[in-house]
Design a protein around this ligand. Structure first.
Ligand code: BTN
Length: 239
């Protein structure tokens, strides 16, 4: 695994996409600071200062897109939970890939597909984890309840060890995941799911849908029951 370590970037995802041709499969781009971090649904990802994690996996699994690649964000969320558990925490997952501690968001995951014309070139799978932040800085993020690992465990976190452990955990089962897909992680994912059998509001593009989150399919989709009718959602975000 090749790691590109940068001091400051606009966005590790953007850097990885712009340099995709010269980056090898399974390389990792990581930056100490990131001042234009991108999130899902056109949101921003705020840099809470030095000691936090901003990283993108560069993945070139094949010459054509496979729908299994859409589940890589869920695979990464499960792997992140495994690392957070080693700190004595009980992380939970909110569909599709938000990782929460005590109901507060600690990390964000964003996958971007790189195409050249009609040709699939690869994926950039970015992750930001709040590892070292102040109480005040997390409170400044007003659209969400946010936390950081140091605030949960009561001491500073070594961001380099955390990053190394997460990369090792990610690549440990990556090839098997590509063969088997979401079913390979389904039981781990469901064990950590905090949204099942609850009333939820799901943002799907610019619409909001309310219902009960009934289950997760073998492809990682959410089954939402609205007025006793089931709908399978492939894309969206539980608010
Ligand atoms: C979200 O929850 O909205 C996803 C946030 C993803 C943030 C990470 S930080 C590293 C990588 N580079 C980016 O610009 N975004 C991702």
């Amino acid at each position: 695994m090749e790691t590109i370590s940068l001091k400051k970037v606009k966005s590790t995802n953007l850097y990885a996409k712009e340099h995709l041709a010269e980056l090898s499969d399974k390389s990792v781009v990581h930056a100490v600071r990131q001042d234009e971090g991108r999130g899902r649904l056109q949101r921003k990802w705020v840099d809470l200062g030095e000691g936090n994690l901003f990283m993108s996996f560069v993945l070139k699994p094949s010459d054509s897109f496979d729908e299994i690649y859409s589940n890589l964000t869920q695979y990464l969320s499960v792997k992140l939970c495994k690392i957070l558990e080693t700190y004595g925490l009980e992380p939970q997952i909110k569909w599709p890939n938000d990782v929460l501690i005590h109901g507060k968001k600690i990390a964000g995951i964003l996958s971007e597909t790189v195409m050249q014309g009609a040709n699939f070139k690869g994926l950039v799978l970015g992750i930001g984890v709040n590892l070292n932040a102040t109480e005040d800085s997390v409170k400044e993020i007003i659209d969400k309840d946010v936390t950081a690992l140091n605030l949960e465990i009561g001491n500073a976190v070594d961001s380099e060890s955390f990053r190394t452990a997460l990369c090792e955990e990610f690549f440990k089962d990556y090839d098997e995941f590509l063969e088997k897909g979401f079913e390979f992680i389904k039981s781990d994912y469901i064990n950590k799911a905090c949204f099942l059998d609850k009333e939820v509001c799901v943002k799907v593009f610019d619409k909001e849908r309310k219902g009960v989150a009934k289950s997760v399919t073998d492809k990682g989709e959410l089954v939402l029951s609205e007025n006793n009718e089931d709908f399978v959602l492939t894309i969206g975000d539980i608010l």
